[in-house]
Write a protein of this length. Sequence first.
Length: 164
Amino acid sequence: MLRAIYPGSFDPVTNGHLDIIKRASRIADELIIGVLKNKTKSSLFSMEERVTMLEQVVAGYGNVSVMSFEGLLAGFARRLDAGVVIRGLRAAGDFTYECRMSQANSALYPGLETLFLPAAPEYSHISSSMVKEIASYGGDTGLFVPQTVALQLKQKFAGRDLVS
Ligand code: PNS
């Protein structure tokens, strides 16, 4: 029984994340998406909004659930008795940071493995920061995120004082 965690900020979930979720759900028996409540990084969407958007877009998967967590990922994995962390790699530049994180996590929770899934080429340029920037200038994010998320991004920035 392979229980895996796919952790992240998901501020907001993108089509790239969704592709990783789809592929990871075929590898793991149970996939838990762990949404980090980050103390240091301020997020555009609240925890509730991020979790709700994820729940909407993974509703069709029988073995995928969404949970929020605070603190160390290693502690979250230990509490859930999960043996694998899934992370997507978009480009070679992601690897150094991801490798260090994986080593720290397995030092904190021995036996915890990280499985890196390379982003499909069509998603390798997509990031949550990029879609937020596009949305902040009134651009259409529909190519990069699920429709429900594109709508919420539009609503978030509607009426804001954008560019001076
Ligand atoms: O989507 P992100 O923001 O790249 O995800 C980063 C995340 C949430 C996976 C990472 O910041 C994390 O695991 N944070 C929890 C705190 C932690 O365990 N830090 C030690 C790992 S080096």
